[in-house]
Design a protein around this ligand. Structure first.
Ligand code: FAD
Ligand code: NAD
Length: 157
């Protein structure tokens, strides 16, 4: 099996899209991530998985805090900005919650302090204890088979 087969298989798992944000020495840094899940209710824990080459890795290690921003269907460009997929540099539309930068107009800003870390292969799992949450109405941006998408208008449930 080659890496492409692995990625194609993982791409069959439809996800939302988040931007992980942190403050590092007074500067905000963001990174698009879909490797995110809710882990525990008591205590309230989430996990994100960050690649070993990502600049975000050391920034979270040093700040000890991060936010998970769940993007809306209007925010594909925000995802592309923080994945380095836009040709031009842009100003990011950020706010601050509990001293942590967050993405404006995201469906949720989940502010965390680092509860634990685990290096697994070429990624590091950051377990975050949730300290604050801001919620907004809207629909999610999705990622499936390596492509962005939106939820269908009608659902047969
Ligand atoms: P950089 O590459 O330096 O930063 C990312 C981009 O954000 C750069 O273009 C930078 O200019 C811009 N940026 C950062 N901060 C700001 C700011 N304050 N203002 C304006 N622009 C800013 N990688 C993972 O490790 N885990 C994942 O779960 C994951 N999921 C992904 C899901 C999707 C849908 C996509 C498209 C990519 C995913 N990636 C994931 C890849 C990851 O987003 C990229 O490799 C990313 O470029 C790595 O970020 P970095 O920390 O190295 O920083
Ligand atoms: P893709 O076909 O590479 O991604 C499909 C799926 O494969 C992703 O949803 C993810 O589950 C998995 N995947 C991809 N790269 C991975 C990696 N390095 N480690 C672990 N799992 C990985 O989609 P794409 O549009 O080519 O992705 C754009 C860029 O973002 C690529 O460089 C890709 O490597 C990166 N990405 C990284 C991760 C991650 O590190 N967890 C997740 C998604 C995308």
């Amino acid at each position: 099996m080659d890496d492409r087969t692995f990625r194609n298989a993982m791409g069959k798992f439809a996800t939302g899209v988040t931007v992980i944000t942190t403050d590092h020495g007074g500067e905000s840094h963001g990174m698009t991530a879909n490797a995110f899940m809710s882990v525990s209710l008591n205590p309230r824990l989430v996990v994100v998985s960050i690649g070993e080459k990502a600049r975000m890795l050391e920034k979270i290690r040093e700040s000890g805090k991060f936010a998970v921003n769940i993007l809306s269907e209007q925010q594909q460009e925000v995802s592309m900005l923080f994945a380095g997929q836009l040709k031009e540099k842009r100003e990011a539309d950020l706010d601050t919650v509990q001293g942590v930068p967050v993405v404006k107009d995201a469906l949720a800003n989940v502010v965390c302090k680092v509860y634990g870390t685990q290096i697994v292969g070429d990624h590091t799992l950051f377990i975050g204890e949730v300290e604050d949450i801001v919620l907004r109405d809207g629909k999610p941006l999705t990622f499936y088979e390596g492509k962005y998408g939106k939820l269908a208008e009608t659902q047969l449930i």
